[in-house]
Design a protein around this ligand. Structure first.
Ligand code: FAD
Length: 378
């Protein structure tokens, strides 16, 4: 394959955490990726805004300790050091992860600010084209044509779908593997004023009618809280709830109430097709128990970049990317996926949640393994 000048080597659609991490790692490995993004930064992303220990560790891997230190100095960042699971009967299990060498192992950072900060820290050589809403992608003889809503086109040899829940690239992979769409969990969040009782704790309330989903309260810098609810579509139907209305009834003073789906990882799905691959939410990699997806968005972006660097670009279309990217990625996260998929099943019944929290309180080893999955150490 000749690499013609007017054809991009790699185009990444979506400049969220997955797309940025992938572009960042590709740049470190000598590539010059093009990021295509429909919005202009700062742009909001509906989220609980909680960055786990895994996110902190991956940011450190990408940009070194200096990057993490810069993040925690930002005024929009609220450090946290506890994750509280609370049952309907008020039983509480606290996972604590104190700062290590002054660096918190978890923070809350509103996505509008966090994502813009991350974009601003990207290394030179990554080109970001904003206001580029991808409408359609098509390929002819090992080259992609990416069409924007305003009629522009970009051509690229390799296409990466980092465009989240409504990915335009993901159907290319699903159709290739004859797969159905992954499950997407409806979620709604908003902000309320007021300091949390424990401003260094993330609270997850696993109680009816949200099970196996939950209601969250996360502390936001400036004595605010991010509150929200996320649950599987079936549970939402059974609960006969309008999530937005329900959240507004629970918190009459709530503002910025907005909803978005979380594509959760309930099984290991293929993430590649010839000439393209999926990362982050586009590949449905969010944790089915907590809905946490930023960690796996960063990780998958990094691992895809590393996998591509192992193969000469002219062989990208023929290479077995499932073998060198998707399978090793699932192997790397298999313990956390097994645990969170199991906890997700446990959380379907209230009595099981009560027993689980009782057992976790009694056997601290369980709390330790949860902390390990959270990417933090006690
Ligand atoms: C209510 C809610 C609460 C959540 N809470 C948390 C939490 O507290 N912690 C956590 O870790 N995870 C949480 N998640 C999950 C988390 O938000 C996602 O897993 C994470 O954002 C995935 O990152 P990503 O880069 O894959 O996708 P995204 O962050 O969605 O980024 C995708 C990017 O692609 C762009 N894009 C989309 N379509 C196109 C297009 N056609 N053309 C060009 N650009 C496009 C978008 O503008 C966006 O910038 C939550 C999700 C929801 C919905």
């Amino acid at each position: 394959m000749d690499l013609a000048n007017d054809i991009e080597q790699i185009a990444i659609i979506g400049a969220g955490p997955a797309g940025v991490a992938c572009a960042w790692r590709l740049r470190q490995l000598g590539f010059f990726p093009l990021l295509l993004e429909k919005e202009n930064f700062p742009r909001d992303k509906i989220c609980g805004d909680a960055l786990s220990g895994k996110v902190i560790a991956l940011l450190k891997k990408l940009g070194g300790e200096g990057l993490v230190e810069d993040l925690i100095r930002q005024p929009f960042v609220q450090p946290v050091e506890h994750l509280d699971f609370i049952s309907g009967k008020g039983r509480r299990v606290r996972l604590s992860f104190p700062p290590r060498r002054g660096i918190p192992q978890g923070v809350v950072a509103p996505r509008k600010k966090f994502d813009a900060w991350l974009i601003g820290k990207m290394p030179d050589g990554i080109r970001l084209q904003t206001n580029f809403l991808v409408r359609r992608v098509e390929h002819t003889s090992k080259c992609w044509t990416i069409h924007s809503s305003s009629g522009e086109t970009v051509r690229a040899y390799f296409l990466i779908g980092a465009d989240g829940t409504t990915s335009r690239v993901a159907p290319q992979v699903w159709v290739y593997h004859r797969l159905a769409r992954p499950p997407v969990y409806p979620s709604v969040r908003g902000y309320i004023e007021g300091r949390m009782q424990s401003p260094s704790a993330l609270e997850l309330h696993f109680k009816p009618p949200y099970l196996p989903g939950y209601l969250w309260h996360f502390p936001v810098a400036g004595d605010k809280q991010n509150v929200g609810i996320g649950l599987p579509p079936k549970a939402l139907k059974q609960a006969h709830l309008s999530l937005r209305e329900h959240l507004s009834e629970l918190f009459p003073q709530i503002t910025q109430v907005r909803g978005h789906g979380i594509p959760v990882s309930t099984s290991n799905r293929p993430l590649t097709a010839p000439g393209c691959a999926l990362i982050g939410d586009a590949g449905a990699l969010a944790d089915p128990f907590t809905g946490e997806g930023i960690g796996n968005a960063l990780l998958s972006g990094i691992r895809l970049a590393e996998a591509l660097a192992k193969v000469p670009p002219e062989d990208w279309w023929e290479a077995d990317l499932e073998m060198i990217y998707a399978r090793p990625l699932y192997r790397e996260i298999q313990h956390e996926l097994r645990l969170t998929r199991f906890l997700h099943i446990v959380a379907k019944a209230e009595w099981r949640v009560e027993i689980l929290l009782k057992l976790l309180n009694r056997f601290p080893i369980g709390v330790k393994s949860l902390l390990h999955w959270y990417g933090a150490t006690p």
